[in-house]
Design a binder for this molecule. Structure first.
Ligand SMILES: NC(=O)C1=CN([C@@H]2O[C@H](COP(=O)(O)OP(=O)(O)OC[C@H]3O[C@@H](n4cnc5c(N)ncnc54)[C@H](OP(=O)(O)O)[C@@H]3O)[C@@H](O)[C@H]2O)C=CC1
Ligand SMILES: O=C(CO)COP(=O)(O)O
Length: 338
C-alpha cells in the first residue's frame, strides 16, 4: 500500500526523507516555507543549498502552502529543527482543526525544547489536538541525509505507542537500501536521538585537538552511559540505548564529518568561537541548545552527566577545552557501572 503523506520542512533531512518516500511510490508533498525553494524542487528537482549535487525524484512535489500540502493526507511527518517545531505544529494544528482532519503524526527531529525540556513528540502533542491525530511517532537512528540521498545502506527505527502507526511508516519508508525497524519506546528513542548530538560536539573537538582512538572510544562509551542515565530517569527502556537510536546514532554522529554537531566540535577544537561556527554552518546544530537543556534537566533530576556539564562550560562559559578534558580525567575515582 502506498501512502499520501506530507513532509514538513525542506532542509537536508526533510528533503532526503521525502525523497525516499517518493522513490518508494508514495504520493509525497514536501512543504517548505520558502517559495524559491519550492520552485527549485519542482522545476529543477534539486535542493542545492541543503543537498548539493543531488537529483531528487521527479514525483516529489513541493508546496509553499501547508494547507495544500496536507490536503487529504492520512500521514504527516514534521522534519524541522527543534526551534521550529512549535511554530510548524501550531500551523498544522490549526489547519487540521479547520479541515476536521485526523492524521498519523510523525517527526524526525532530534532535540529537547529549551526552558520546558519537552521532547518533540510532547511539543507536537500540545500543538495538534487529540481530535486531529490518531497517533504520534518518531523516526530516528544513524542516518546522515548525505548518505541517504546517495542510496547508501541505512537503518532507522520508528517508535510509537501505537504499533500499527509505526508499521504504516515502516511500510511507507522501507526500500532495499533503507531498512526500518519499529519500537514502542518513544521516550528512549527521542532521548537517544537528542542527547547524542552533545557527545558528537565533544567527539569533533577531540579529533581537532589530536587525541587518538582510545580517547574517542572513551568519550562515546561514557557519553552513552550518561545518555542512558538521563533516559532511564524518564522511564526509557534501557535496551533502546544499545539500539539504532542509541549507540547506533552515537557512532554515526560521533565519528563522521557529515555530522554538523561533530563539525561544530571540530571547529571549536580548532579555536573558532561558537558564534563563528554557528554562522558558518548555515544549517542547524541541534547539540548546542540541547546541551543547555540536558544540563538543566539533569540537575533537576539529580542525574550525573559530567561530559554534558563539561561541554556546557565550553559552549556557554567560555571554558578552555583542554582544561575541560583535564578536569574530566581528574574526577574522583568511580565504579563504571554504578
Ligand atoms: N541532516 C541530517 O542528516 C539529519 C537531521 N536530523 C534532524 O532533523 C531535524 C532537521 O534537520 P535538518 O533537515 O538537517 O536541518 P537543516 O538545517 O538542514 O534544515 C532545516 C529546515 O527546516 C526549515 N525550518 C526551520 N525553521 C522553520 C520554521 N519555523 N518553519 C518552517 N521551516 C523551518 C529550514 O528553513 P530555512 O532554510 O529557511 O532555514 C530548513 O529548510 C533536526 O532536528 C536534525 O537533528 C535527523 C537525522 C539526520
Ligand atoms: O542525526 C544525525 C544522523 O543520524 C545528523 O546529525 P547532525 O545533525 O550532527 O548532522
Amino acid at each position: 500500500m502506498t501512502e499520501k503523506i506530507a513532509v514538513l520542512g525542506a532542509g537536508s533531512w526533510g528533503t532526503a526523507l521525502a525523497n525516499v518516500l517518493a522513490e518508494n511510490g508514495n504520493d509525497v508533498r514536501l512543504w517548505s516555507h520558502k517559495p524559491a525553494q519550492v520552485a527549485e524542487i519542482n522545476e529543477k528537482h534539486t535542493n542545492e543549498h541543503y543537498l548539493p549535487a543531488a537529483k531528487l525524484n521527479e514525483n516529489l512535489v513541493a508546496y509553499a502552502d501547508m494547507g495544500e500540502a496536507i490536503k487529504d493526507v492520512e500521514m504527516v511527518l514534521s522534519v524541522v529543527p527543534t526551534k521550529g517545531v512549535r511554530e510548524v505544529g501550531k500551523q498544522l494544528g490549526a489547519l487540521l482543526k479547520a479541515n476536521n482532519q485526523k492524521v498519523i503524526l510523525g517527526h524526525a527531529t532530534k532535540g529537547i525544547e529549551p526552558g520546558t525540556y519537552k521532547r518533540v513528540s510532547e511539543m507536537l502533542a500540545e500543538e495538534v489536538a487529540p481530535a486531529n491525530r490518531s497517533a504520534l511517532a518518531v523516526l530516528s537512528g544513524p542516518s546522515h541525509a548525505e548518505d541517504v540521498i546517495k542510496h547508501d545502506l541505512t537503518t532507522v527505527t520508528i517508535a510509537s505507542d501505537d504499533i500499527k502507526a509505526a508499521e504504516r511508516f515502516q511500510a511507507a519508508f522501507s526500500t532495499e537500501n533503507f531498512r526500518v525497524y519499529t519500537n514502542d519506546d518513544v521516550i528512549g528513542t527521542e532521548m537517544g536521538g537528542a542527547l547524542k548530538n552533545i557527545i558528537a560536539i565533544g567527539a569533533g573537538a577531540l579529533v581537532a585537538l589530536g587525541y587518538g582512538d582510545n580517547a574517542k572510544a572513551a568519550l562515546l562509551t561514557r557519553g552513552l552511559a550518561e545518555i542512558s542515565r538521563l533516559g532511564l530517569a524518564f522511564g526509557a527502556n534501557p535496551l533502546t540505548f544499545i539500539g539504532l537510536s542509541g549507540v547506533g546514532d552515537l557512532i554515526v554522529t560521533g565519528t563522521s564529518a557529515n555530522s554538523r554537531n561533530w563539525r561544530a566540535g571540530y571547529q571549536l577544537g580548532q579555536g573558532k568561537s561558537l558564534k563563528q561556527v554557528e554562522e558558518d554552518m548555515g544549517m542547524v546544530i541541534e547539540g548546542v541548545s540541547t546541551t543547555k537543556a540536558a544540563k538543566e534537566l539533569a540537575e533537576q533530576r539529580h542525574v550525573e552527566m559530567p561530559i554534558t556539564d563539561a561541554i556546557y562550560q565550553v559552549l556557554y562559559e567560555d571554558k578552555d577545552i583542554n582544561q575541560a578534558i583535564k578536569d574530566l580525567m581528574k574526577r574522583p575515582a568511580a565504579n563504571e557501572t554504578n
